[in-house]
Design a binder for this molecule. Structure first.
Ligand code: HEM
Length: 622
């Protein structure tokens, strides 16, 4: 957008049948006239009103510039609507779909391999150079298409999703897990297990139970921090590596919601922090060691070349063998726990209680087509996947949320205001669901945009197809999709490196929907109207292919709702009890960008340090 004077204006508009007041911010250069600004406001407002006749003006503007190629008095308007510059996905000079040749691809691969973020960096480079959907002639593997354009992501993940349901996972998954569990399975098995496993994460009874778990665990951690700060005699605010502590809280939470198992990481952390006690060796430690070991190895195997994995599998050696051993331990401890839980659930059901207190409760009640209970190995596959998918992702997001709140006083102040309005009681999922923590939730969403816990969600084509970009794919071709790269696409997200939770206000999301609709339809009035309508519907439903922290389509995350509720509740609780600030120079060497790298999920090689100062009483308490 152009720099220059900016204006705000509020209008009453109807969105989805409800009357809303939205603030529109219009930026224009000094040369722009009042009329231009008014026209911009009117056109955006008309979009919200969904009046078909109002679209023509926008379209004619775009057509005028394209036809004449001259400076247009409505440049600011066009830029605001995403019409300036080339379309997101564009053909090459000869009108063919954009391609990267094999040599450039290998060069990019080399760069990506040396970069801590990996492939998404190459995807952003290709998008800047050739457009947001490029084909890759790959001398060492199948044809790939790299896609950042939300319209084409929608095609792959929604319109023709049945051709792109296969997940691209390292072979280690197949070797060790043997296509069990949600993440490593496909087809009917995957669909059935997804449906079962998603149930407690969207069911209101289970979510109420999970809210209590989250509230209790984060309160425990806050209490440890409070005690530790009291013991600190330096007179300075207490510095903590929040990355470490987040992982303890979230492992406890995911263990309880997945299979009613208490890893007691918060207790162990308390013992170590306050008493220097290393903890005891027991069943918990055995399970924990195997869990930690398997996630660490899986992280490594994700970036190990396929042929090496194949050889390790064939010879029964190396990290693949170690992973198998860790999984055997997990399964044997898991089987015992599942047996115990079956008894508990049967007892409850005899007493008329059919509710699901954790995911395992759903799974032990499930029956196969012949009415038999599912085998332990299947149940354990699902539990394990939910643990792996839900632990470090949620932990890293909590870390990033606190780091930003510590760094930006104005952000922390706004969270404080929301939390204070709760009157000193602990925040809950209900507060998030009923809109009492809107700003806090926006902070969580913005952290997910900028620091996506999972950077890629690639797919394999199941059959031949022609993408809307014109690229022809055949069975086995790779479709590269990236939450990280999409979250930093400068065409979609203005100033993408800026941390700005207000990107997620209703009015900004609707303005973004308008921009996206225009970028797609450009000069075609009929297409523009359809695109607008679709974008509005998407934004209203909260399902949107410009923002994909939880992936998209039939293989998207099943824990997204739970993750947002947990992260918002945990952030609100921490700010309620502590004043956050950046750690001292020795600890906080990070500048405005976090130092990150990715294995299976985002990692923070230097830790993430912040200061915590306990408040005298929870914010808002009388
Ligand atoms: C901030 C937290 C989280 C983030 C950012 C996240 C992100 C993702 C992403 C990007 C995918 C791949 C989606 C795709 O390929 O389209 C995924 C898959 C998955 N997630 Fe999450 N996730 C989070 C938390 C959770 C939680 C708490 C659970 C457990 C309830 C969970 C369970 C799963 C499962 C089981 C899959 C595999 C789905 C399948 O293969 O069909 N995730 N997640």
């Amino acid at each position: 957008m152009c720099a220059g004077r900016s204006r705000a204006c509020a209008r009453g508009v109807r969105v989805g049948g409800r009357e809303r007041s939205i603030g529109l911010r219009v930026e224009a250069s000094g040369a722009e006239t009042e009329a231009t600004i008014e026209k911009e406001v009117a056109s955006r407002t008309a979009v919200m009103d969904a009046s078909p006749s109002s679209s023509d003006g926008d379209v004619e503007e775009g057509a005028a510039e394209d036809a004449e190629g001259t400076a247009c008095p409505y440049t600011a308007t066009k830029q605001a609507l995403g019409l300036a510059g080339p379309p997101p996905t564009r053909p090459d000079a000869d009108g063919n779909p954009a391609m990267i040749d094999s040599k450039s691809f290998l060069k990019s691969l080399l760069k990506a391999a040396q970069h801590p973020v990996g492939m998404p960096i190459a995807m952003l480079d290709w998008a800047a150079e050739k457009g947001e959907c490029v084909g890759i002639k790959n001398a060492i593997g199948p044809f790939c298409v790299s896609i950042l354009d939300p319209e084409i992501v929608e095609y792959v993940c929604f319109t023709n999703a049945k051709n792109y349901r296969l997940r691209m996972l390292p072979d280690a998954f197949r070797y060790v897990i043997q296509n069990k569990g949600i993440t490593g399975s496909d087809g009917q098995y995957n669909r059935e297990h997804r449906m079962m496993c998603q149930k407690p994460f969207i069911n209101s009874f289970s979510l109420t139970q999970f809210s209590s778990t989250v509230e209790e665990r984060i309160a425990y951690m806050c209490n440890t921090w409070r005690q530790a700060a009291k013991m600190d005699t330096t007179g300075k605010p207490m510095e903590i590596n929040i990355d470490n502590d987040s992982q303890q809280v979230t492992l406890d939470i995911i263990g309880k919601v997945a299979f009613a198992f208490d890893f007691e990481r918060c207790e162990a952390h308390e013992a170590l922090t306050l008493r220097g006690d290393e903890g005891k060796k027991d069943n918990i430690s055995k399970l924990l060691a195997a869990y930690n070991g398997s996630s660490e190895i899986m992280g490594e195997l994700f970036i190990t070349p396929g042929p090496i994995l194949k050889l390790q599998n064939f010879l029964g050696l190396g990290r693949v063998r170690e992973l198998r051993e860790q999984y055997d331990i997990l399964e044997s401890v898991g089987s015992k726990l599942m047996g115990e839980r079956r008894v508990v659930v049967e007892e409850r059901m005899k007493n008329g209680d059919n509710e699901d207190y954790c995911l395992l409760d759903v799974l032990v009640k499930a029956k196969d087509a012949d009415g038999n209970p599912l085998p332990d190995a299947d149940l354990w596959g699902d539990i394990n996947d939910v643990m792996a998918a839900g632990h470090r992702t949620t932990a890293s997001n909590f870390t990033v949320n606190l780091w930003h709140a510590a760094r930006h006083e104005h952000i922390q102040r706004k969270i404080e205001e929301e939390v204070a309005a709760l009157g000193g009681r602990a925040p809950t999922f209900k507060d998030v669901q009923e809109g009492r923590l809107r700003y806090t939730e926006r902070v969580v969403k913005e952290s997910l945009r900028k620091y996506a816990p999972i950077n890629l969600f690639p797919r394999l084509a199941e059959g031949p197809d022609t993408l809307p970009s014109g690229h022809q794919v055949k069975e086995g071709d790779f479709i590269l999709l990236s939450t990280y790269a999409m979250g930093r696409n400068p065409r979609v997200w203005e100033d993408p490196l800026k941390f700005d939770p207000d990107r997620f206000t209703d009015e900004n999301l609707y303005a973004q929907a308008e921009k996206q609709a225009n970028a797609v339809a450009r000069n075609d009035p009929a297409k523009l109207e359809i695109a607008r309508e679709r974008m509005r519907r998407r934004m209203a439903a909260g399902r949107d292919f410009t923002y994909t922290p939880f992936g998209a389509g039939p293989r998207s995350c099943i824990g997204g709702v739970f993750a947002l509720l947990s992260a918002t509740t945990m952030l609100a609780t921490t700010v309620q009890n502590f004043k956050l600030s950046p750690a001292g120079d020795k600890r906080d060497k990070l500048g405005d960008e976090l130092n990150i790298m990715y294995d299976t999920t985002i990692c923070f090689p230097e830790g993430v340090w912040i200061n915590l100062e306990p408040r005298d009483a929870p914010l808002g308490a009388a």
